[in-house]
Design a protein around this ligand. Structure first.
Ligand code: FAD
Length: 422
Protein backbone atom coordinates (compact mmCIF):
# COMPACT_ATOMS: atom_id res chain seq x y z
CA UNK A 1 0.00 0.00 0.00
CA UNK A 2 1.38 3.47 -0.92
CA UNK A 3 2.12 5.65 2.12
CA UNK A 4 -0.54 8.33 2.60
CA UNK A 5 -1.79 10.73 5.25
CA UNK A 6 -4.71 9.31 7.24
CA UNK A 7 -6.63 11.61 9.58
CA UNK A 8 -8.72 9.89 12.26
CA UNK A 9 -11.39 11.98 14.01
CA UNK A 10 -12.24 10.64 17.48
CA UNK A 11 -9.88 8.74 19.80
CA UNK A 12 -12.54 6.43 21.28
CA UNK A 13 -12.05 2.66 21.01
CA UNK A 14 -13.03 2.54 17.33
CA UNK A 15 -10.98 5.55 16.15
CA UNK A 16 -7.96 4.30 18.12
CA UNK A 17 -8.14 0.81 16.63
CA UNK A 18 -8.56 2.30 13.13
CA UNK A 19 -5.48 4.46 13.74
CA UNK A 20 -3.53 1.35 14.80
CA UNK A 21 -4.52 -0.56 11.64
CA UNK A 22 -3.55 2.46 9.48
CA UNK A 23 -0.23 3.02 11.26
CA UNK A 24 0.70 -0.64 10.91
CA UNK A 25 0.29 -0.28 7.15
CA UNK A 26 2.91 2.48 7.21
CA UNK A 27 0.64 5.50 6.73
CA UNK A 28 1.23 8.82 8.47
CA UNK A 29 -1.60 8.95 10.99
CA UNK A 30 -2.95 12.03 12.77
CA UNK A 31 -5.64 11.56 15.42
CA UNK A 32 -7.83 14.54 16.33
CA UNK A 33 -9.88 14.27 19.54
CA UNK A 34 -12.39 16.73 20.95
CA UNK A 35 -11.59 15.99 24.58
CA UNK A 36 -8.29 15.96 26.41
CA UNK A 37 -6.10 12.87 26.72
CA UNK A 38 -8.15 10.15 28.42
CA UNK A 39 -5.02 9.10 30.35
CA UNK A 40 -4.93 12.51 32.04
CA UNK A 41 -7.02 12.24 35.26
CA UNK A 42 -8.36 15.79 34.74
CA UNK A 43 -10.11 14.81 31.46
CA UNK A 44 -13.89 14.56 31.81
CA UNK A 45 -14.89 11.03 30.84
CA UNK A 46 -17.31 10.32 28.03
CA UNK A 47 -20.93 10.52 29.25
CA UNK A 48 -19.59 12.08 32.47
CA UNK A 49 -19.65 8.66 34.14
CA UNK A 50 -16.72 7.01 35.90
CA UNK A 51 -16.50 4.18 33.44
CA UNK A 52 -18.76 1.97 31.45
CA UNK A 53 -17.98 -1.70 31.80
CA UNK A 54 -18.65 -3.33 28.50
CA UNK A 55 -19.35 -6.84 27.33
CA UNK A 56 -16.56 -7.71 24.91
CA UNK A 57 -17.37 -10.56 22.53
CA UNK A 58 -15.56 -12.53 19.83
CA UNK A 59 -16.57 -9.93 17.23
CA UNK A 60 -14.50 -7.25 18.98
CA UNK A 61 -11.73 -9.59 20.12
CA UNK A 62 -11.21 -10.82 16.56
CA UNK A 63 -10.81 -7.23 15.35
CA UNK A 64 -8.14 -6.62 18.00
CA UNK A 65 -6.45 -9.93 17.14
CA UNK A 66 -6.20 -8.84 13.49
CA UNK A 67 -4.44 -5.64 14.54
CA UNK A 68 -1.42 -7.94 15.02
CA UNK A 69 -0.60 -6.18 18.24
CA UNK A 70 0.19 -8.79 20.91
CA UNK A 71 0.58 -5.90 23.32
CA UNK A 72 -3.10 -5.10 22.87
CA UNK A 73 -4.59 -8.59 23.18
CA UNK A 74 -2.24 -9.59 26.04
CA UNK A 75 -3.06 -6.46 27.99
CA UNK A 76 -6.80 -6.69 27.43
CA UNK A 77 -6.89 -10.35 28.43
CA UNK A 78 -4.87 -9.68 31.58
CA UNK A 79 -7.78 -7.75 33.03
CA UNK A 80 -11.02 -9.09 31.53
CA UNK A 81 -13.52 -11.15 33.50
CA UNK A 82 -15.23 -14.03 31.68
CA UNK A 83 -19.03 -14.01 31.93
CA UNK A 84 -20.36 -17.47 31.11
CA UNK A 85 -24.03 -16.54 31.17
CA UNK A 86 -26.64 -14.28 32.56
CA UNK A 87 -27.83 -14.53 36.14
CA UNK A 88 -31.51 -13.76 36.46
CA UNK A 89 -32.56 -12.35 39.83
CA UNK A 90 -36.14 -12.50 41.04
CA UNK A 91 -38.52 -13.17 43.90
CA UNK A 92 -40.61 -16.32 44.35
CA UNK A 93 -44.32 -16.04 45.26
CA UNK A 94 -43.22 -16.96 48.80
CA UNK A 95 -41.21 -13.72 48.92
CA UNK A 96 -37.87 -15.49 48.91
CA UNK A 97 -35.27 -14.12 46.43
CA UNK A 98 -33.73 -16.44 43.85
CA UNK A 99 -30.90 -16.45 41.26
CA UNK A 100 -31.03 -18.50 38.08
CA UNK A 101 -27.95 -18.98 35.89
CA UNK A 102 -28.60 -19.17 32.13
CA UNK A 103 -25.41 -20.10 30.27
CA UNK A 104 -24.65 -18.42 26.94
CA UNK A 105 -23.07 -21.47 25.35
CA UNK A 106 -23.30 -25.22 25.86
CA UNK A 107 -19.56 -25.50 25.09
CA UNK A 108 -18.69 -23.07 27.87
CA UNK A 109 -17.57 -20.19 25.66
CA UNK A 110 -17.96 -16.83 27.34
CA UNK A 111 -18.17 -13.13 26.72
CA UNK A 112 -15.91 -10.85 28.77
CA UNK A 113 -16.41 -7.84 31.03
CA UNK A 114 -13.92 -5.13 30.09
CA UNK A 115 -13.30 -1.61 31.34
CA UNK A 116 -13.83 0.61 28.29
CA UNK A 117 -11.53 3.36 29.57
CA UNK A 118 -8.74 0.86 30.26
CA UNK A 119 -9.04 -0.64 26.76
CA UNK A 120 -9.03 2.84 25.25
CA UNK A 121 -5.99 3.94 27.28
CA UNK A 122 -4.05 0.85 26.21
CA UNK A 123 -4.75 1.63 22.56
CA UNK A 124 -3.51 5.20 23.07
CA UNK A 125 -0.31 3.92 24.75
CA UNK A 126 0.40 1.59 21.82
CA UNK A 127 -0.26 4.35 19.30
CA UNK A 128 1.91 6.84 21.16
CA UNK A 129 4.90 4.51 20.83
CA UNK A 130 4.58 4.43 17.01
CA UNK A 131 6.77 6.93 15.12
CA UNK A 132 4.19 7.57 12.38
CA UNK A 133 1.32 8.54 14.74
CA UNK A 134 0.57 12.03 16.09
CA UNK A 135 -2.15 13.03 18.56
CA UNK A 136 -4.05 16.30 18.63
CA UNK A 137 -6.18 16.40 21.77
CA UNK A 138 -8.67 19.23 22.46
CA UNK A 139 -9.29 19.53 18.72
CA UNK A 140 -12.89 19.61 17.56
CA UNK A 141 -13.78 18.96 13.93
CA UNK A 142 -15.88 21.92 12.75
CA UNK A 143 -15.86 21.53 8.99
CA UNK A 144 -14.61 19.46 6.07
CA UNK A 145 -14.31 19.66 2.31
CA UNK A 146 -14.13 16.09 1.15
CA UNK A 147 -13.53 17.06 -2.50
CA UNK A 148 -10.49 19.16 -1.62
CA UNK A 149 -9.37 16.77 1.15
CA UNK A 150 -9.35 19.45 3.86
CA UNK A 151 -10.75 19.51 7.40
CA UNK A 152 -10.98 22.27 9.99
CA UNK A 153 -10.56 21.89 13.72
CA UNK A 154 -11.21 24.29 16.57
CA UNK A 155 -8.66 24.20 19.33
CA UNK A 156 -8.37 25.96 22.66
CA UNK A 157 -5.24 27.25 24.30
CA UNK A 158 -2.68 25.51 22.12
CA UNK A 159 -0.58 28.61 21.53
CA UNK A 160 0.38 31.83 23.33
CA UNK A 161 -3.27 32.64 23.99
CA UNK A 162 -4.60 29.99 26.36
CA UNK A 163 -8.38 29.73 26.28
CA UNK A 164 -8.75 31.51 22.95
CA UNK A 165 -10.38 29.39 20.26
CA UNK A 166 -8.37 29.01 17.08
CA UNK A 167 -9.08 27.19 13.86
CA UNK A 168 -6.54 25.07 12.03
CA UNK A 169 -6.75 23.59 8.54
CA UNK A 170 -5.59 20.04 7.97
CA UNK A 171 -4.99 18.24 4.65
CA UNK A 172 -5.48 14.53 4.29
CA UNK A 173 -5.60 11.75 1.74
CA UNK A 174 -8.16 9.78 3.72
CA UNK A 175 -10.28 10.79 6.71
CA UNK A 176 -11.83 8.25 9.09
CA UNK A 177 -14.72 9.63 11.16
CA UNK A 178 -15.04 7.72 14.44
CA UNK A 179 -16.49 10.61 16.40
CA UNK A 180 -19.43 8.85 18.00
CA UNK A 181 -23.22 9.01 17.81
CA UNK A 182 -23.37 12.80 17.30
CA UNK A 183 -20.70 12.66 14.62
CA UNK A 184 -19.62 15.94 13.04
CA UNK A 185 -17.91 13.98 10.24
CA UNK A 186 -21.25 12.35 9.38
CA UNK A 187 -22.94 15.77 9.37
CA UNK A 188 -20.43 17.18 6.88
CA UNK A 189 -20.40 13.97 4.81
CA UNK A 190 -24.13 14.44 4.20
CA UNK A 191 -23.32 17.52 2.12
CA UNK A 192 -21.30 15.41 -0.31
CA UNK A 193 -23.27 12.21 -0.54
CA UNK A 194 -27.00 11.45 -0.74
CA UNK A 195 -27.05 9.78 2.65
CA UNK A 196 -30.19 8.04 3.93
CA UNK A 197 -30.41 8.78 7.63
CA UNK A 198 -32.69 7.55 10.41
CA UNK A 199 -32.38 8.43 14.09
CA UNK A 200 -34.54 7.23 16.95
CA UNK A 201 -34.52 7.93 20.69
CA UNK A 202 -36.15 5.10 22.61
CA UNK A 203 -38.39 5.84 25.58
CA UNK A 204 -35.73 4.75 28.07
CA UNK A 205 -33.01 6.56 30.00
CA UNK A 206 -30.06 4.97 31.77
CA UNK A 207 -28.23 5.75 34.99
CA UNK A 208 -25.10 4.12 36.38
CA UNK A 209 -24.78 2.65 39.92
CA UNK A 210 -21.98 0.77 41.67
CA UNK A 211 -22.03 -2.33 43.87
CA UNK A 212 -18.92 -2.05 46.03
CA UNK A 213 -16.45 -4.92 46.59
CA UNK A 214 -17.23 -7.08 49.60
CA UNK A 215 -15.85 -5.66 52.81
CA UNK A 216 -13.00 -7.73 54.28
CA UNK A 217 -12.04 -9.33 50.95
CA UNK A 218 -8.78 -11.16 51.54
CA UNK A 219 -6.88 -10.67 48.33
CA UNK A 220 -7.30 -9.23 44.84
CA UNK A 221 -7.18 -12.73 43.40
CA UNK A 222 -9.95 -14.42 45.30
CA UNK A 223 -13.56 -14.43 44.30
CA UNK A 224 -14.46 -13.42 47.83
CA UNK A 225 -14.19 -9.76 46.92
CA UNK A 226 -17.31 -10.06 44.73
CA UNK A 227 -20.69 -9.66 46.42
CA UNK A 228 -22.42 -11.72 43.68
CA UNK A 229 -21.07 -14.17 41.06
CA UNK A 230 -18.28 -12.48 39.06
CA UNK A 231 -18.77 -14.74 36.06
CA UNK A 232 -22.22 -13.59 35.07
CA UNK A 233 -23.95 -10.62 33.57
CA UNK A 234 -26.60 -10.02 36.24
CA UNK A 235 -30.12 -9.06 35.22
CA UNK A 236 -33.02 -7.98 37.36
CA UNK A 237 -35.82 -8.06 34.75
CA UNK A 238 -38.73 -5.74 35.51
CA UNK A 239 -40.76 -6.48 32.33
CA UNK A 240 -41.01 -2.78 31.30
CA UNK A 241 -37.52 -1.94 32.60
CA UNK A 242 -34.47 -3.61 34.11
CA UNK A 243 -31.37 -3.29 36.25
CA UNK A 244 -28.12 -5.00 35.23
CA UNK A 245 -24.67 -5.47 36.77
CA UNK A 246 -21.32 -6.26 35.12
CA UNK A 247 -18.26 -7.28 37.18
CA UNK A 248 -15.09 -5.18 37.48
CA UNK A 249 -11.61 -6.40 38.33
CA UNK A 250 -11.55 -4.63 41.70
CA UNK A 251 -14.53 -6.67 42.97
CA UNK A 252 -17.13 -3.99 42.28
CA UNK A 253 -19.95 -4.16 39.73
CA UNK A 254 -20.92 -1.40 37.33
CA UNK A 255 -24.71 -1.42 37.27
CA UNK A 256 -27.15 0.25 34.94
CA UNK A 257 -30.78 1.13 35.55
CA UNK A 258 -32.82 1.27 32.32
CA UNK A 259 -36.19 2.89 32.86
CA UNK A 260 -38.83 4.71 30.75
CA UNK A 261 -38.61 8.51 30.89
CA UNK A 262 -41.84 8.92 32.90
CA UNK A 263 -40.53 6.67 35.70
CA UNK A 264 -37.30 8.65 35.83
CA UNK A 265 -39.26 11.89 36.05
CA UNK A 266 -41.31 10.56 38.95
CA UNK A 267 -38.31 9.24 40.86
CA UNK A 268 -36.37 12.46 40.22
CA UNK A 269 -39.19 14.37 41.93
CA UNK A 270 -39.39 11.95 44.84
CA UNK A 271 -36.06 10.16 45.07
CA UNK A 272 -36.89 8.94 48.60
CA UNK A 273 -39.20 6.40 46.87
CA UNK A 274 -36.23 4.81 45.07
CA UNK A 275 -35.37 2.09 47.65
CA UNK A 276 -39.01 0.95 47.81
CA UNK A 277 -39.14 0.92 44.00
CA UNK A 278 -36.02 -1.25 43.93
CA UNK A 279 -37.36 -3.57 46.64
CA UNK A 280 -40.54 -4.07 44.68
CA UNK A 281 -38.97 -4.65 41.26
CA UNK A 282 -35.31 -5.65 41.73
CA UNK A 283 -35.20 -8.27 44.47
CA UNK A 284 -32.14 -8.11 46.71
CA UNK A 285 -30.47 -5.02 45.24
CA UNK A 286 -30.91 -2.93 48.39
CA UNK A 287 -28.83 -5.51 50.26
CA UNK A 288 -26.02 -4.89 47.72
CA UNK A 289 -26.35 -1.08 47.46
CA UNK A 290 -27.62 0.58 50.63
CA UNK A 291 -30.80 2.71 50.28
CA UNK A 292 -28.76 5.86 51.06
CA UNK A 293 -26.19 5.02 48.37
CA UNK A 294 -28.93 4.20 45.89
CA UNK A 295 -30.44 7.65 46.34
CA UNK A 296 -27.11 9.50 46.28
CA UNK A 297 -25.89 7.67 43.16
CA UNK A 298 -29.23 8.27 41.43
CA UNK A 299 -28.88 11.99 42.18
CA UNK A 300 -25.17 12.27 41.36
CA UNK A 301 -25.00 10.24 38.13
CA UNK A 302 -26.49 11.59 34.91
CA UNK A 303 -29.70 10.21 33.42
CA UNK A 304 -28.82 9.71 29.79
CA UNK A 305 -30.80 8.95 26.62
CA UNK A 306 -30.38 6.00 24.25
CA UNK A 307 -30.17 6.62 20.54
CA UNK A 308 -30.33 4.30 17.55
CA UNK A 309 -28.95 5.48 14.21
CA UNK A 310 -28.98 3.91 10.77
CA UNK A 311 -27.53 5.54 7.68
CA UNK A 312 -26.05 4.68 4.29
CA UNK A 313 -23.69 4.93 2.53
CA UNK A 314 -20.80 5.35 4.96
CA UNK A 315 -18.30 6.95 2.58
CA UNK A 316 -17.58 9.62 0.00
CA UNK A 317 -15.40 8.80 -3.01
CA UNK A 318 -11.86 7.94 -1.88
CA UNK A 319 -11.67 10.59 0.80
CA UNK A 320 -13.78 9.68 3.85
CA UNK A 321 -15.61 6.98 5.76
CA UNK A 322 -17.50 6.83 9.07
CA UNK A 323 -17.09 3.94 11.51
CA UNK A 324 -18.45 2.82 14.88
CA UNK A 325 -21.21 4.81 16.58
CA UNK A 326 -20.78 7.57 13.99
CA UNK A 327 -22.15 5.12 11.41
CA UNK A 328 -24.49 2.95 13.48
CA UNK A 329 -25.04 3.97 17.10
CA UNK A 330 -27.24 1.30 18.65
CA UNK A 331 -29.04 0.73 21.93
CA UNK A 332 -26.81 -1.26 24.32
CA UNK A 333 -29.03 -4.30 24.92
CA UNK A 334 -27.20 -6.65 22.59
CA UNK A 335 -23.81 -5.63 24.00
CA UNK A 336 -22.51 -5.10 20.47
CA UNK A 337 -22.06 -1.34 19.89
CA UNK A 338 -18.33 -1.24 20.49
CA UNK A 339 -17.84 -4.81 19.25
CA UNK A 340 -19.49 -3.95 15.93
CA UNK A 341 -17.45 -0.73 15.70
CA UNK A 342 -14.20 -2.65 16.20
CA UNK A 343 -15.38 -5.12 13.59
CA UNK A 344 -15.95 -2.20 11.16
CA UNK A 345 -12.20 -1.55 11.38
CA UNK A 346 -11.27 -5.15 10.59
CA UNK A 347 -13.70 -5.37 7.68
CA UNK A 348 -12.71 -1.97 6.26
CA UNK A 349 -8.97 -2.68 6.27
CA UNK A 350 -9.41 -6.19 4.87
CA UNK A 351 -11.22 -4.64 1.89
CA UNK A 352 -8.67 -1.81 1.56
CA UNK A 353 -5.88 -4.43 1.60
CA UNK A 354 -7.61 -6.45 -1.10
CA UNK A 355 -7.92 -3.45 -3.42
CA UNK A 356 -4.41 -2.18 -2.72
CA UNK A 357 -2.97 -4.98 -4.88
CA UNK A 358 -5.40 -4.37 -7.73
CA UNK A 359 -3.67 -3.72 -11.05
CA UNK A 360 -4.85 -2.19 -14.31
CA UNK A 361 -6.36 -4.76 -16.66
CA UNK A 362 -3.82 -4.04 -19.41
CA UNK A 363 -2.67 -7.63 -20.22
CA UNK A 364 0.71 -6.51 -21.64
CA UNK A 365 1.76 -4.16 -18.92
CA UNK A 366 -0.42 -4.45 -15.79
CA UNK A 367 0.35 -1.60 -13.41
CA UNK A 368 -0.81 -0.95 -9.87
CA UNK A 369 -3.81 1.37 -9.90
CA UNK A 370 -3.72 4.81 -8.37
CA UNK A 371 -4.24 4.55 -4.56
CA UNK A 372 -7.22 6.93 -4.59
CA UNK A 373 -8.94 4.88 -7.31
CA UNK A 374 -8.28 1.64 -5.40
CA UNK A 375 -9.77 3.21 -2.29
CA UNK A 376 -12.86 4.47 -4.15
CA UNK A 377 -13.62 0.89 -5.18
CA UNK A 378 -12.84 -0.46 -1.72
CA UNK A 379 -15.05 2.06 0.09
CA UNK A 380 -17.98 1.40 -2.24
CA UNK A 381 -17.70 -2.31 -1.44
CA UNK A 382 -17.33 -1.59 2.28
CA UNK A 383 -20.46 0.59 2.41
CA UNK A 384 -22.55 -1.97 0.53
CA UNK A 385 -21.44 -4.88 2.71
CA UNK A 386 -21.35 -3.17 6.04
CA UNK A 387 -24.69 -1.35 5.99
CA UNK A 388 -26.51 -4.69 5.70
CA UNK A 389 -24.76 -6.11 8.77
CA UNK A 390 -24.88 -2.90 10.79
CA UNK A 391 -28.59 -2.37 10.18
CA UNK A 392 -29.28 -5.98 11.19
CA UNK A 393 -27.35 -5.66 14.44
CA UNK A 394 -29.11 -2.37 15.18
CA UNK A 395 -32.48 -4.15 14.91
CA UNK A 396 -31.27 -7.08 17.02
CA UNK A 397 -30.12 -4.64 19.70
CA UNK A 398 -33.59 -3.09 19.89
CA UNK A 399 -35.27 -6.50 20.04
CA UNK A 400 -32.95 -7.79 22.73
CA UNK A 401 -34.31 -5.24 25.22
CA UNK A 402 -37.58 -7.22 25.29
CA UNK A 403 -35.58 -10.43 25.70
CA UNK A 404 -33.57 -9.07 28.65
CA UNK A 405 -36.25 -7.22 30.57
CA UNK A 406 -39.13 -9.68 30.03
CA UNK A 407 -38.64 -12.81 27.91
CA UNK A 408 -35.99 -14.26 30.24
CA UNK A 409 -38.86 -14.69 32.71
CA UNK A 410 -41.35 -16.33 30.39
CA UNK A 411 -42.30 -20.00 30.60
CA UNK A 412 -41.79 -20.32 26.80
CA UNK A 413 -38.21 -19.18 27.20
CA UNK A 414 -37.61 -21.66 29.98
CA UNK A 415 -39.19 -24.48 27.97
CA UNK A 416 -37.05 -23.65 24.91
CA UNK A 417 -33.89 -23.65 27.05
CA UNK A 418 -34.94 -26.95 28.63
CA UNK A 419 -35.48 -28.54 25.21
CA UNK A 420 -32.07 -27.27 24.03
CA UNK A 421 -30.41 -28.91 26.99
CA UNK A 422 -32.00 -32.35 26.41
P1 FAD B 1 -17.18 6.95 21.15
O1 FAD B 1 -16.80 5.94 22.15
O2 FAD B 1 -18.41 7.72 21.28
O3 FAD B 1 -15.94 7.84 20.78
C1 FAD B 1 -16.04 8.97 19.93
C2 FAD B 1 -14.90 9.92 20.23
O4 FAD B 1 -14.99 11.02 19.30
C3 FAD B 1 -14.98 10.53 21.62
O5 FAD B 1 -13.74 10.40 22.26
C4 FAD B 1 -15.37 11.99 21.38
O6 FAD B 1 -14.84 12.86 22.35
C5 FAD B 1 -14.77 12.24 20.00
N1 FAD B 1 -15.45 13.32 19.25
C6 FAD B 1 -16.78 13.60 19.21
N2 FAD B 1 -17.02 14.66 18.41
C7 FAD B 1 -15.82 15.07 17.93
C8 FAD B 1 -15.40 16.14 17.07
N3 FAD B 1 -16.29 17.00 16.52
N4 FAD B 1 -14.08 16.30 16.80
C9 FAD B 1 -13.16 15.44 17.34
N5 FAD B 1 -13.50 14.41 18.16
C10 FAD B 1 -14.80 14.22 18.46
N6 FAD B 1 -20.91 -1.77 23.41
C11 FAD B 1 -20.48 -3.07 23.47
O7 FAD B 1 -19.86 -3.54 22.53
N7 FAD B 1 -20.73 -3.84 24.58
C12 FAD B 1 -21.43 -3.37 25.65
O8 FAD B 1 -21.65 -4.11 26.62
C13 FAD B 1 -21.90 -2.01 25.61
N8 FAD B 1 -22.59 -1.50 26.66
C14 FAD B 1 -23.00 -0.20 26.62
C15 FAD B 1 -23.74 0.31 27.70
C16 FAD B 1 -24.20 1.61 27.67
C17 FAD B 1 -25.00 2.13 28.82
C18 FAD B 1 -23.92 2.43 26.54
C19 FAD B 1 -24.42 3.86 26.48
C20 FAD B 1 -23.20 1.94 25.46
C21 FAD B 1 -22.74 0.62 25.48
N9 FAD B 1 -22.03 0.07 24.41
C22 FAD B 1 -21.61 -1.23 24.44
C23 FAD B 1 -21.76 0.89 23.20
C24 FAD B 1 -20.35 1.45 23.20
O9 FAD B 1 -20.12 2.24 24.34
C25 FAD B 1 -20.16 2.28 21.94
O10 FAD B 1 -20.63 1.57 20.82
C26 FAD B 1 -18.70 2.62 21.72
O11 FAD B 1 -18.20 3.41 22.77
C27 FAD B 1 -18.54 3.37 20.39
O12 FAD B 1 -17.19 3.68 20.20
P2 FAD B 1 -16.76 4.81 19.16
O13 FAD B 1 -15.27 4.86 19.25
O14 FAD B 1 -17.42 4.57 17.85
O15 FAD B 1 -17.41 6.15 19.71
Amino acid sequence: MAKEKFVVVGAGPVGSLAALYAAQRGHDVEIYELRGDLRDPSTTPLNFTKSINLALSERGINAMRHSDSDKLIDHVFASVIPMRGRMIHGRKPSGETYEESQDYDIHGRTIFAVDRADLNKRLLDILEAMPNVRFFFNHKLTGANFKQHKAWFETHGQTDHPGRAEEIEVDFNFLIGADGAHSAVRYHLMKYVRMDYEQKYIDTLWCEFTINPKIGAVSRDTKSKFAISPNHLHIWPGKKFMFIAIPSEDGSFTCTLFLPNAYFAELETESSKLPAFFDHHFAGVTSLISPTDLISQFKANPHLPLISIKCKPYHFSSSAVILGDAAHAMVPFYGQGMNAGLEDVRVLFSILDKYSTLESNNPIDPEPLDAAYQRTLALAEYSTLRTLDAHAINDLALQNYVEMRASVLSPTYRLRKYMEEL
